[in-house]
Design a protein around this ligand. Sequence first.
Ligand SMILES: Nc1ncnc2c1ncn2[C@@H]1O[C@H](COP(=O)(O)OP(=O)(O)OP(=O)(O)O)[C@@H](O)[C@H]1O
Ligand SMILES: [Mg+2]
Length: 300
Amino acid sequence: MPTPRTTAVRKGRTREPILTMSNIGKHFGAVKALTNVDFWVNEGEVVALIGDNGAGKSTLVKLLAGVHAPDAGRIQFDGVDVDIPSPADSHALGIATVFQDLALCDNLDVVENLWLGQELRNGLSLDEVEMEERTWMLLRELSAKLPSVRTPVASLSGGQRQTVAIARSLIGDPRVVILDEPTAALGVAQTAEVLNLIVRLRERGHGVVLISHNMADVMAVADRVVVLRLGRNNGIFNVADVTSETLIAAITGASLSPPMPATPHTDRTPATPDDTPPPEGIVSLVGRGRGRRGSTGGTR
Ligand SMILES: Nc1ncnc2c1ncn2[C@@H]1O[C@H](COP(=O)(O)OP(=O)(O)OP(=O)(O)O)[C@@H](O)[C@H]1O
Ligand SMILES: [Mg+2]
């Protein structure tokens, strides 16, 4: 069996969309959960996916996680059309999803949680030394602070547990990491730790999808924000050019924004409003300036 990698360096890549969803539709019986939704994630980019309760955020993510199949539309990974019929297929493509319940085993320690189901072996026995070493390496790379990797996760704080869940998702070296409300249950200091971790993920070159209801978190770490409302796109914004009031207005449907293209960009320079007419139904306030953090290539 191939050894799962904990770290990977892919230098010299350009910032390109890893994952593109176009015209996605999904209904559950009479409920139209998603209609004509466009969404994409670039390398080394944090995309916040926001919207009110029932807007369709979890449904969109579940299509990527292989939990549900879309009824309409197209999903492309590295420019190639893909189906994601199961969670195993999602994982194999390079998509890792950290759901809100984290699914950690409380009685197991940090190392055991990270490698559960993908243990490293040395002959017939488990290679505990190698697993522990790689765990430390990964946590160091993420600048994560844990008292010990041999502590049962039951004794860790909420933020530390989130850290373990995120670190575990990186085993196997996913290209896209999806985090569902990672700071929802956390205090101020723990939230800061998790936001810091998200920045590290971006620096490693992962495309990060952050589902959040917290505008402060979104403004702090996201590069781009995709707003869903009633199962449809209701804005794609560069964080550098938007206020949380505008985002809230887009969530609630109060915004009247100039329409903008919603095609994937290969760097952080947004297209100008006059370049291309937007697909119907897309509104956005993407500005003309570069994102706050410039446009350097991914670091992996
Ligand atoms: N398995 C399902 N069966 C039936 N309806 C569903 C199912 N999953 C989602 N829905 C419906 O689809 C719509 C979108 O739900 P979804 O969970 O994607 O919203 P959300 O944006 O994640 O909301 P929240 O912020 O409350 O988590 C809702 O109307 C919801 O009731
Ligand atoms: Mg949800």
